[in-house]
Write a protein that binds this ligand. Structure first.
Ligand SMILES: [Fe+2]
Length: 483
């Protein structure tokens, strides 16, 4: 939207769904806007009527002056603009953001079928756009609740079974609640980890000021202004048993770091190995507004130079801690990781991560949007991590990282910008990297086509590309759905 209505932040655009369909040797493409209430309201009024993360909708000019004034005292309505990811529940696909609304989508037509409100089923005010899929069919997710009993981080489970007479997510349940360090300032989180028996939750010092959210319209500020990086705090890692809901009675502490995307987690010999893309500084959210990104020359360099690098990191969390656990002694006995963890004199479990990369990745600028061979290696010890290389915030390469040797392979083509690499295993594959990588590659150059790129995951070389005569905007996440 232009002119009178313009979004301020990279996270805010209307959800535009894209689909490449590979069938009988042909590739076809279609796209469609998600018919959310936000989309329909904005379209009907030809302006932004619903606030997004970094954009505060202005009062409706059609209201009288009193109503416009009073609207400042309303609590902002949650947007249902599911522009982050597709999530799968009970075999159906949903366009998701991080509010309480998700939309079921027909993958054959990209039609919006049904709007679902989490609050109708369970007491949560939202859920992440990155659920996990357990081999037993359960989909796990996490979401915050803000209520009379205070704020909580909730672990949510949605069983696989679907009966004819039940509403879509009616049997969703809260497995357990984790209490924030400060209930008026819970942490923001975008994803979490899952192992065979546990959910791992990283409570980072990127804080959501609840009072600022409630008063954002009155103060004339977008929701993003309620997010604050507080590096004087530690990052705290919580672990809960996903079957029993029991929360592990000790927490793990680290110096302040931030994370958007978890990579993998698995259990090994009394430890949870937790891999994620981490940043030393979590104030990135307010730096990547579009006013900053639209700058040029030295001003843009200034933005780039202050952005933290996102890097793959490994934490090792011991599960067997008791009063006899020695103090100030590295408890990590896993021979393949130099992550450090020890019990301090004041009883904390203190963690220092292992870098899952060498200096070559630092030279490239880091990586984000991590993916693995999820179907076979999520919750298991693994070797290969795929992601986007980030050069001055521009996602300009694809990376295959060997987390054992810390060497990587790269795909890069000047002037092109790839999306999250989606790994699809070969039928009956035996090796971890036996499969292909799918990525949607776009270019701002009018003379260059967008295309679906297919790489051999083993060699990381191109198998083919399907070009489309459409200028596809840069997106965040993608999924592969077999027919
Ligand atoms: Fe994400």
């Amino acid at each position: 939207m232009e002119g009178f209505a313009r979004y301020n932040h990279w996270f805010d655009g209307m959800a535009l769904m894209h689909q490449f369909r590979i069938e009988d040797g042909n590739v076809t493409y279609m796209s469609k806007f998600l018919r959310s209430e936000t989309y329909q309201t904005n379209t009907a009024n030809n302006r932004i009527m619903v606030s997004e993360f970094g954009t505060l909708a202005m009062p409706d000019p059609c209201k009288n002056i009193f109503a416009r004034f009073m609207s400042k005292f309303e609590i902002p309505k949650a947007s249902d603009n599911g522009n982050v990811n597709f999530a799968r529940y009970k075999g159906d696909y949903y366009a998701t953001t991080e509010t309480n609304f998700i939309h079921k989508v027909d993958l054959n037509t990209l039609d919006t079928i049904e709007k679902v409100d989490w609050t109708k089923f369970i007491a949560v005010n939202g859920a992440t756009a990155h659920p996990h899929y357990d081999p037993d069919g359960t989909t796990y997710n996490m979401g915050n609740s803000y209520g009379k009993n205070g704020t909580a981080y909730n672990i949510i489970a949605v069983p696989q079974q679907k009966s004819d007479d039940e509403e879509t997510l009616e049997d969703a349940r809260v497995v357990c609640q984790i209490t924030p360090g400060n209930s008026m300032k819970p942490s923001y989180y975008h994803s979490f980890g899952i192992s065979e028996n546990y959910v791992v939750f990283v409570e980072q010092p990127l804080k959501i000021n609840v009072l600022k959210i409630l008063t954002s319209k009155f103060r004339g500020e977008s929701l993003s202004c309620a997010f604050n990086w507080e590096p004087e705090l530690n990052t705290v890692i919580h672990v809960a048993n996903k079957h029993s809901g029991e929360i592990v009675p000790f927490k793990y502490y680290s110096k302040a770091f931030s994370t958007f995307h978890h990579i993998n987690a698995f259990e090994d010999d009394g430890f949870i190995v937790l891999d994620l893309c981490g940043l030393d500084n979590g104030d990135i959210m307010n730096k990547i507004n579009l006013q900053n990104l639209r700058q040029s020359g030295e001003a843009l360099d200034e933005v780039y130079n202050t952005l933290p690098k996102s890097l793959p990191r490994r934490f090792v969390l011991p599960l067997n801690i008791n009063s006899n656990t020695p103090i100030n002694q590295n408890l990590n006995t896993l021979t393949y990781s130099n992550a450090v963890v020890f019990r301090t004199a004041d009883g904390k479990i203190w963690c220092e991560f292992e870098d899952l990369h060498d200096d070559d990745l630092l030279d490239e600028g880091g990586m984000e949007f991590p993916q693995i061979n999820y179907a076979k290696y999520n919750m298991k010890k693994y070797k290969f991590l795929y992601g986007c290389g980030i050069n001055n915030i521009m996602v300009d390469s694809l990376i295959k990282m060997d987390v054992e040797t810390k060497k990587f392979k790269m795909w890069k083509e000047k002037g092109y910008y790839p999306s999250e690499p989606v790994f699809v295993p070969s039928p009956d594959s035996a090796d971890e990297d036996d499969g292909i990588i799918l990525s949607v590659v776009v270019s701002p150059n009018q003379n260059k086509s967008s295309f679906l790129l297919i790489l051999d995951a083993r060699t990381f070389t191109e198998i083919g590309r399907a070009e489309v005569a459409v200028r596809i905007p840069s997106g965040f996440h993608g999924v592969f759905a077999a027919k």
